[in-house]
Design a protein. Structure first.
Length: 188
């Protein structure tokens, strides 16, 4: 179990984008994706904001119009996740405990008649979103965190561990490392 967690391949995102708004959701659909599991904090909104803005509501409408189903999967508490999810009219999982499998299994139980290859996840953390998705066999799109300066203490610990993982990615997956560094450098 421990050895599996630390395989460097488990920390490799499927793709990297600056924001959730830069992802080509039509292309995801064309490539057979039908379900998106998306993180909330620092992926959709920063920790110091609570409500979906009109730009988020439009994004979720667009995604649903394409034919994709969205479930927000977050480690945060129910009231925060529910508040955002209700505004964008989608299902959600709170207290997901990513990178553990628990939250992902809950999300998969909410789905009916799906093929595992139809699912993709989106998040801002290598240590929770990419690793968690990898552990359940779901590819993950990594986006740049919205506001690192206001992250919670436990996320800051993850970011320190992420630095060590990035060093290993640089050695074993230099192209992926360069993609990650490229999105991080934008607007720094």
């Amino acid at each position: 179990m421990i050895h599996y967690l630390f395989k460097i391949s488990n920390f490799v995102p499927n793709a990297c984008f600056r924001t959730v708004f830069d992802i080509d959701y039509n292309k995801l659909y064309e490539n057979g994706r039908r379900i998106i599991l998306i993180d909330l904090d620092n992926t959709l909104i920063p920790y110091d904001e609570f409500d979906a803005k009109p730009i988020h509501i439009e994004l979720f409408k667009k995604i649903k119009t394409i034919g994709l189903q969205v479930i927000i999967i977050s480690n945060n508490k129910q009231n925060r996740v529910k508040r955002f999810a209700e505004k964008v009219n989608c299902d959600y999982i709170y207290s997901a405990l990513k990178p553990l499998k628990k939250g992902y299994k809950k999300a998969l139980k909410k789905l009916k008649n799906y093929d595992h290859h139809e699912i993709i996840s989106i998040g801002d953390q290598i240590m929770t979103d990419v690793l968690g998705s990898s552990r359940v066999g779901i590819p993950c799109i990594l986006v740049k965190p919205i506001k690192k300066k206001i992250e919670k203490w436990y996320t800051r610990i993850n970011r320190k561990m992420e630095t060590k993982v990035l060093k290993r990615l640089k050695k074993h997956y230099p192209e992926t490392y360069e993609k990650i560094k490229k999105i991080e450098e934008i607007n720094e």
